[in-house]
Design a protein around this ligand. Sequence first.
Ligand SMILES: Nc1nc2c(c(=O)[nH]1)N[C@H]1C(S)=C(S)[C@@H](COP(=O)(O)O)O[C@H]1N2
Ligand SMILES: [Mo]
Length: 222
Amino acid sequence: MGDEVEREGEIREKLVATKEAWARDGRALTGETADPAVERLPPGQRLVQDWPVLDLGILPKVDTGNWALTVDGLVENPIRWTWEDFRAQPAFTHVSDIHCVTTWSRYDNHWEGVSAKHLLSVVRPKPEATHLLFHAYDGYTTNLPLSAFDDDDVLLASSWEGQPISRDHGGPVRVVVPKRYFWKSAKWVKRIEVLASDRRGYWEVRGYHNEAHPWAEERYSE
Ligand SMILES: Nc1nc2c(c(=O)[nH]1)N[C@H]1C(S)=C(S)[C@@H](COP(=O)(O)O)O[C@H]1N2
Ligand SMILES: [Mo]
């Protein structure tokens, strides 16, 4: 693939090892499930006011000048959007909560960007398409069923609380999937690969749950 960018830093191996150990130990599991219509805060989560930064430790040197998004694989209309192309799409705003598997949650995040519904209407997944694999500029990957992405609250976000998303938080463009733990929301998104079968991403092959529903406490795989 083209669209390589320079990166700063290196993978925080200790953090990765710690998170793998949490998965083995079942850290923070309460054994409870909840109904999101009744309990806004999923089991085992605690509310924070700030917005923590969490990633592998590699900061890609990506900005509006060199960012591009490719959507390819099983689609009728593959695309490569530059920042100008992205900005030319209909604007979408949404307010949603963040739930990170490390137990912090943050309410009422005001996002702006391009809706997943709109993106899908442009690329038109083929009938055999069932899953997506998100690739990011730092080398990170994460996967989702196509049906989970094809939802009213999912977007490619370029703005948070009225400001461009900072580089730390995945700017210029990151994915936001509110109904799943936040590791499913790729920062610095570079490519969305549309697939006919499931392929696990970075944390999904390191003990983290493939589906990641917060109210079912799907933190780790069996
Ligand atoms: N590209 C990329 N996206 C990523 C990650 C990452 O390391 N690289 N980490 C994931 C994890 S584990 C979390 S909790 C959220 C954190 O996003 P934040 O730093 O904006 O809070 O990003 C997710 N998306
Ligand atoms: Mo996370």
